[in-house]
Every structure is written in C-alpha cells, then in structure tokens.
Design a protein around this ligand. Sequence first.
Ligand code: GLN
Length: 483
Amino acid sequence: MLELTAFELAQKIHAKEISAREAAEVANTRVEKVEGDINAFVTTTPDIATERAERVDERLKNGGSDSVNLWETVPLVVKDVLSTKGTRTTCGSKILEDFTPVYNATALEKFGEDLIMVGKANMDEFAMGSSTENSAYGPTKNPWDLSRVPGGSSGGSAAAVAAGEGWWALGTDTGGSVRQPGAFCGMVGLKPTYGRVSRYGLVAFASSLDQIGPMTRDVRDSALLLQAISGHDPNDSTSAKVEVPDYLSELENGVSGLRVGVVTELMNAEGVEPEVRAITEKTARDLEEAGADVGEVSLPHATYGLPAYYIIAPAELSSNLARFDGVRYGHRATASGVHEMYRRTREEGFGDEAKRRIMLGTYALSSGYYDAYYAQAQKVRTKIVDDFRSAFRDFDILISPTCPTAAFEIGDKVNDPLAMYANDICAVPASLAGVPAISIPGGLSDGLPVGVQLMSDHFTEPTLLRAAHAAERASEFRFEMKP
Ligand code: GLN
C-alpha cells in the first residue's frame, strides 16, 4: 500500500478495496517505525488519523463514492505552519510551542471535518530556511541519505512523503520552500500562482509571496491535491476570484506544439553544478522529443531576484512577526514590566535566523534606509515581473534547475547564512513574479535526486501540470520509498 500514489490509493478506497482506516493505520505504523531516524514531524496525530478515517469509511458506506471527494480519503501530512483546530501549530518555533489554534486553514477546510491528518510536519522556524535545520524541534533527515538535509523550509513534509509516512503533504512556498525540499527528496513540489490558494490560516511569513502547495509522489497527485485546495476565499482578499479549472482532465494531452524556453540566466547561475545543468537539459530534450518546440529564453534580471528577495521577505517578516509579543499568542516570559516582558519573550522564543531576519527587515524598512533597500528591491521585483511577461509572449513553459545542487550535508551551511540563501537563486524569481512553478525529479546525481523546475504564466497551472506530466513520463525517475 505504501508504494501506491495518493491517486491510486484514493481510487482503491473509493472502490472499497482498501478502507481509509487501513490506510491510516499503515501510515501510523510507518511513522512509528521510521520517525526516530527521520524526525519529519513536530507532532504526530495517529488517533486523529484513525478516528477520522473511520468516519470517512462510514460516509463511503452510507453515501457511496460520490459523497466523498477522492482527496478526502488519503491521509495527509500537514506542514506545521498551517492552523489546525485543536492540534498545536508551532511553526517550528519555540515561541509557539504550546499554541493551539481555534480554527483550520481554509486549505484544510476543503477536506471537511474528517481531514485524515497524519501529523504536523517539521519545518524551518516560521518557514525561514532551506534545510529544516532552523527548527526548534531538531533537524529533519533526508530519507535518501540520513546525513543530508531534506531541504526547507517544508523539509518535514517532503521527508515524510519520501519515507512513506504519508502519501502526500501540504507545504508552503515563499521563495522555494515547496520546490526545493521536493527536489532534495525526489518529490514533486508545486507552488501555485499567487492567489490561487487561500492563505487564510497560513501563519504569515512574507504575505506578498506566501502560497500553500502540494508535495507529492507524482504529477497526477499534485493535480489532485491542487484541485482540493484551490479557489477564492472571502477570508483572504488576495485569493483570486478566478474559476478553478479541472487540473486532471488535460494532464494526458501531451506537449505537442507547446513552446518551452530554457532560462539562460538560471542555467548559468552561480553555483549550478554541471550535473544539475545536464539533467535540466535532458528534461528539455525529453519535452522536445515529446513534441514541444524548445528554445532558449532570457530573464535578464532573474539572478537579481536573490538579493531582492532577501530584502523583501525579511521586511515583510519583521512586520508579520511583531504579533508574537507574549500578549496574544504563544510563549510569555515572566518580567516585571511590559517592555521587559516583550523583550524577554522574543529573546527566549525566537531562534537565531528569526532574530537575524527581524533585524535585517527592520533595518531595510527604517527611515533613511527604506529607499536604498526596500524601495530598490521592489524596483528589481518589477523588472523581474516584466522579464516574465515578455518571456511568456514567446513561450508557454520556462525551464531551469530547481536549485544549484542536490541535497547538501547537515551542518554544511547552517552557520553561513549567505551560502544557505544562495541555494534559492533559481526558485525566487517565480515567487517574486507570482507565477506558478513546479519541481519534478529529473534524475539522480551521485545517487541523490535532482529537481528540474518548470514555470508558466499566471493561472495556467493546467498547462504547467501537463508539461510536467509529459516530462515525468519521459524521465527514468520513479518514486521509491526510502530509507
Ligand atoms: N529558503 C527561502 C527562505 O529562507 C525560502 C523559504 C520559503 O519559501 N518559505 O526565505
């Protein structure tokens, strides 16, 4: 059962060949077996999974398969930055160690009351990081090689699915956090168009960039999970009032006539290893053989995305994290006066990376520096938006590496923030432009998975998924449970 895709499992549950309860128990058992090695979860919820799975089975029995959406039947791993009613939500931070939300994120509400949740997945604190080492709950290990990071910030979600602790997961992506851990763990990671999925109940990091996205074993699962979570939400004014397409129906239509551009600047970005470049080129050739028109495309300002992102994201974060003051949420330090209480609460509750970024962001927004940093970064962001706009006049799909390398060693970059940030160079342009981007496993380098990134224009996920599906089919890589 653990080797099935979520889609396959859902079909079997719909057909009553397997019960949801059996699936939940298989996941719970697997968690017990491997969690000691992987540490993919901050909180596991085996009883919730089993109880709710029983209710799903009950509904299937009474109402038949039409009464339960396919996606409701498969146990889900939930990144610990998504609010879960009645289950603690730490965001990987000590400051929220005992915080239990009173409502569910909208993306989770789409599963109804019986969301079969395996647990809350480990992550870099408040989603800041690319390795899951910035978690207050210990690092997550990469199931492909336990001495390596799973990527971040959704490293727990990626590792859990790669290790068979669940069939699929929700992560969040602000500057690559679904795509990069997806790449490092041999998973498919999709960042939808900004506005496609409601951010209500997603604890905010950088509000102009954050999106919730599926982390799955293949592209079909990605389409199904996106189907579940998409759509306008009156509780999030940045969620778009656009129709939700049927992501699965076009999946098999192939890429004949699709125009695919290989992004020159990202292929040659700093640190991109030759093997990674070769695997990306191979994916482009596969698409060409499948009937796409493949050429080269330039995003002239793409590599300036990295410094712009590392101003904009901390600036927004410094404001968003101001709410953690010991009064409204989470940890509260004991102190004699209110100012001392604020100071100690934040000193005790936040980790080093959170503190670093709060300072960077506050500095970039402060009077006298605002124009030089924040405003300048916003201008760069506009340039990147324009680059994409003109690229999409000639191309339907853009292709690049997801990140410069395969998974690095635990401890390698954690004391060198700039080296850690540099890993995001290929991922942040799509975030700044708000366009959808997917990472699929392109192949192996020294036995480790390498991700290839496909990007498309706003709200064209059906085309993006169709191209990703064709590339996946052509590649030799197939999901394999590890370790
Ligand atoms: N690695 C990036 C950062 O640390 C992206 C994180 C994310 O997408 N949440 O900001």
